[in-house]
Design a protein around this ligand. Structure first.
Ligand SMILES: CC(=O)N[C@H]1[C@@H](OP(=O)(O)OP(=O)(O)OC[C@H]2O[C@@H](n3ccc(=O)[nH]c3=O)[C@H](O)[C@@H]2O)O[C@H](CO)[C@@H](O)[C@@H]1O
Ligand SMILES: C=C(OP(=O)(O)O)C(=O)O
Length: 422
């Protein structure tokens, strides 16, 4: 197993190109099960999670070909299996997103329960509520969720919380249901719009994606499409914080500025300069950042997937910051690791109070989840000495060649292979 070693680095400088969005490509690959013709996906990020979802859809009978490192061709014509096993679903929760497409194509799906993870229990009740509203019968048992429907019929579905995954799963199932489905209090994340755009290119009739009300008129068949995955706003935000925390000057290229509004607003509030430049944003930090308060919220609010990275920035800011996590009930696992590096953070329920320090000290730490791992890399860039980050598999789920990209900006970061790791 590998460790990532980060040394205190100079201010980062240069240009970094952002890859396609993990959280877009996963539902889009699940949606390709609905196709009966070739779909070509471009700007596919080279990530472990992408390998897992490809394995899941291939195991269901889809034809999946990697044309190039960032191009995949998929055809769902030959799907013949409706069961996704524990070994695959346990590797990645997003595997559960095949349930909607399977129900639509085969009228049945049997998927291992995804279970919780380090950041929370992450129930699937809203996904199931949506499938039931479309006419599916749901049974749970032996660690599996089974859904069956002779035919899916459109309905009005109100989500108690704008869940990203539930919105996606229901939208995919409804795209081939009979009649109209309206999802109310739908998630508005850019990845929902990207999925809807892909489905519409395949022949679906979806309107309102990106707002809280999505209207889906079911169609009988979905065909092929060529689609370019949107840039990853969370990878972009992570590199923006890397520039800010090191007092650097970095052009974060290939982004959609609109998707980064909450991140840009918070960086500016903390005294970091952010300038639009072509398809990118230049981030310039000349002084130590100022403390700021953050509350995570569904889009267009501040993303929970950027909370840990901003907390790393706040550990070295001037003053005291408050971070409130409202999306996941247990997303402060990075706090104890940042404290090992000398950060001063107090947790009270869903709030963390961070007293900015003039410096951190490198230490051996562990990534408990993907963004916690990213936060530790960021803290390591400014900590005195060496930071050794274990459990790198979490980081590799969501960042394409992160050490290479940071190294190209002047960071001292490398990976070592270890004999054993928990
Ligand atoms: C692959 C992917 O796109 N992952 C993203 C997606 O995860 P994911 O789709 O799992 O996140 P959700 O929006 O569904 O979850 C948000 C909250 O709703 C709760 N909930 C969700 C579903 C449900 O049926 N019942 C329920 O109570 C969850 O436990 C959580 O507290 O959106 C999250 C919130 O922006 C991001 O952090 C993840 O990076
Ligand atoms: C929580 C995340 O992803 P997932 O939903 O795939 O666990 C994330 O990308 O930060």
């Amino acid at each position: 197993m590998a460790k990532i070693i980060v040394e205190k680095s100079k201010p980062l400088r240069g240009t970094v190109r952002i890859s396609g969005a993990k959280n877009s490509v996963l539902p889009i690959l699940a949606a390709s099960l609905l196709s009966t013709e070739n779909c070509i996906l471009e700007e596919v990020p080279d990530l472990n999670d992408v390998d897992v979802i490809c394995e899941v859809i291939a195991c269901l009978g889809a034809d999946v070909k990697r044309l190039e490192r960032d191009r995949i061709e998929v055809n769902g014509l030959s799907i013949d299996n409706y069961e996704s096993p524990y070994e695959l679903v346990r590797k990645m929760r997003a595997s559960f997103l095949v349930m909607g497409p399977l129900l639509a194509r085969m009228g049945k799906a049997r998927i291992s329960m995804p279970g919780g993870c380090a950041i929370g229990t992450r129930p699937i009740d809203l996904h199931l509520k949506g499938f039931k509203a479309l006419g599916a019968e749901i049974t749970l048992g032996h660690g599996f969720v089974e859904a069956r429907a002779e035919k899916l019929i459109g309905n009005k579905i109100y989500l108690d919380f704008p869940s990203v995954g539930a919105t996606e799963n229901i939208m995919m199932a409804a795209s081939m249901a009979e009649g109209q489905t309206v999802i109310e209090n739908a998630a508005e994340e850019p990845e929902i719009t990207d999925l809807a755009n892909f489905l519409n290119k395949m022949g679906a009739d979806i309107k309102g994606a990106g707002t809280d009300t999505i209207k889906i008129n079911g169609v009988k068949k979905l065909g092929g499409a060529v689609h370019t995955v949107i840039p990853d706003r969370i990878e972009a935000g992570t590199f923006m914080v890397a520039a800010a925390i090191t007092g650097g000057n970095v052009l974060v290229d290939n982004v959609v500025i609109d998707h980064l509004k909450p991140v840009i607003a918070k960086l500016k509030e903390s005294n970091v300069e952010v300038i639009e430049e072509g398809n990118g944003v230049r981030v310039i930090a000349v002084e130590r950042p100022k403390a700021i308060d953050i509350k995570t919220l569904p889009y267009p609010g501040f993303p929970t997937d950027m909370q840990a990275q901003f907390m790393a920035l706040m550990t070295v800011a001037q003053g005291t910051s408050v971070v409130i996590e409202t999306v996941f009930e247990n997303r402060f696992m990075h706090v104890s690791e940042l404290e090992r590096m000398g950060a001063s953070i107090k947790i009270e329920g869903r709030s963390a109070v961070i007293e900015g320090k003039s410096h951190l000290l490198g230490a051996p730490v562990k990534a408990s989840d993907l963004r916690a791992g990213a936060a530790l890399i960021l803290a390591g860039l400014v900590a005195e000495g060496s930071t050794e980050i274990g459990n790198t598999k979490h980081i590799d789920r969501g960042y394409v060649r992160i050490e290479e990209k940071l190294k190209s900006l002047g960071a001292t970061i490398y990976r070592v292979e270890e004999e054993e790791e928990e």
